[in-house]
Design a protein around this ligand. Structure first.
Ligand code: F6R
Length: 245
């Protein structure tokens, strides 16, 4: 796994944006997998800036969102869809019909997840999956204990994840307990994976990712993928550096 250590999240966002830009230059209709969360904000800001300056064109790009809260969909302000829309989709020329997302209000969640997997396949799979990491090592909403062969499904969120996301909902209690998430195997099916992690809160999870692959640290499964790049800032890499000294 390749590790790029940057000074701060702004530099990290710029570094990831450059990888995305290069991808689109090589393949205009690149299919991206996108994540939500505070880690993604510098990346989405940088991409919007590049678009404003005419340096990047998203007109043929396709995006699949990683996950969605149960009870929320594109019409809800607190949905993951609206998060990415706020920071990214509405600022660039990505076509609405090229944005794919899980409907957390689907009457049949099992069917919704099955259809999502089929849609990803129909579009030729994910070329570049962008990931964040939870303080407990989750990727997408695949919490510790998730099977490495899991596919898109309904999951229960751990309380630590709900606490970490309380800022989005105003309080811990308002954070939904359940979500739909693309699975670990779905994530591993992407041709390339880029994981971003910023801040000291992520240092323990990042270090655990590089130890033995275990279901207890979902991100550690990335060791089994042939093309993964980590973009982490100094604070998030603190425990890695300690180990190598
Ligand atoms: C959300 C997602 C999660 C986040 C992770 C980190 O779509 O995929 O795995 O990436 O919880 O969240 P932040 O960036 O808010 O620390």
């Amino acid at each position: 796994m390749k590790v790029i250590i940057v000074q701060n999240k702004k530099e990290g966002g710029a570094c990831a944006a450059k990888l995305i830009l290069n991808r689109i230059k090589k393949k205009k209709n690149t299919t991206f997998g996108l994540a939500t969360g505070k880690t993604m904000i510098p990346l989405y800001k940088k991409l919007s800036g590049l678009y404003k300056r005419g340096e990047i064109n998203f007109s043929r790009v396709r995006c699949f969102n990683l996950d969605e809260y149960i009870g929320f969909n594109k019409n809800d302000k607190k949905s993951n869809y609206r998060f990415i829309k706020k920071y990214f989709f509405r600022k660039v020329n990505i076509r609405e019909e090229n944005i794919f997302f899980l409907d957390g209000k689907a009457s049949d969640p099992i069917l919704e997840c099955k259809k999502y997997e089929e849609r990803i396949k129909k579009y030729g799979g994910i070329d570049l999956q962008i990931l964040g990491i939870g303080i407990n090592g989750h990727i997408g909403f695949n919490e510790p204990g998730s099977s490495f062969s899991s596919r898109t499904r309904k999951v229960m969120l751990r309380n630590e994840t709900r606490h970490a996301n309380a800022w989005l909902f105003g309080s811990f209690k308002r954070v939904p307990r359940y979500a739909l998430t693309t699975g670990i195997e779905t994530i591993l099916s992407a041709r390339k994976i880029v994981l971003l992690a910023f801040g000291k809160d992520k240092a323990a999870a990042v270090a655990a990712t590089f130890k033995r692959a275990t279901k207890q640290v979902p991100a550690s499964v990335l060791q089994r993928h042939p093309n993964v790049t980590f973009i982490i800032d100094r604070a998030a890499s603190a425990n890695l550096r300690q180990k190598s000294h």
